[in-house]
Design a protein. Structure first.
Length: 193
């Protein structure tokens, strides 16, 4: 089975994440999408993150009606800070019957050459890239790379940061979130201050 791995802190997961994941599940050759909830991205301040189990629960609530999209806590059990190359090696060892690929926005493709062991990732895995408005210049080594597949997914300019700030400022964000995710956030009073 071909599995697309969509990494994120999902703080919170929003409709933009689901649109991209569903597009990859329905319009690419990937059979399933695993939403990998990252416990702590080294580039994000830890104090802005909800606890891991809350973010995983929101991903579960958001994806349970999508049979091809699965939440994953695989990185919760790996040493921190974790690197994508380590997660891929762990998954390949645990699930040798699957072929794992990465899903990323064009903006992340621009910094791929800075990732730990990015050459190993490209040697062993395909990368499915969705468009972003603010992607900048693509590194020339990735433009026609045989392992990098551009997918004409919808351009979604919606961020979890914007949603958190909007909730803090008492704005109505319900159209931007799956209903069950909003109910969970509201019930737990998340992002209010």
């Amino acid at each position: 089975m071909k599995i697309g791995l969509y990494f994120g802190t999902f703080n919170p997961i929003h409709i933009g994440h689901l649109i991209i994941a569903n597009h990859m599940a329905e319009y690419s050759d990937l059979d399933q999408i695993w939403m990998i909830v990252t416990p702590h991205n080294p580039h994000k301040l830890k104090n802005t993150l909800l606890d891991d189990h809350h973010r995983l629960e929101m991903v579960y609530l958001a994806t349970k009606d999508f049979p091809k999209i699965m939440p994953s806590d695989v990185e919760f059990k790996l040493p921190q800070p974790n690197y994508t190359v380590n997660t891929l090696a762990h998954l390949q060892e645990k699930h040798p019957q699957h072929e794992f690929s990465l899903i990323m926005g064009e903006d992340n493709l621009n910094s791929l050459h800075k990732w730990k062991n990015y050459e190993v990732i490209l040697q062993n895995h395909s990368i499915y890239v969705y468009p972003r408005l603010s992607s900048g210049e693509i590194n020339s080594q990735f433009i026609n790379h045989p392992k990098i597949h551009r997918v004409g997914a919808p351009v979604i300019e919606l961020s979890s940061t914007f949603i958190r700030e909007s909730i803090k400022n008492k704005k109505n964000v319900t159209p931007m979130l799956p209903e069950k995710v909003w109910d969970y956030i509201d019930h737990n009073l998340f992002y209010k201050k």
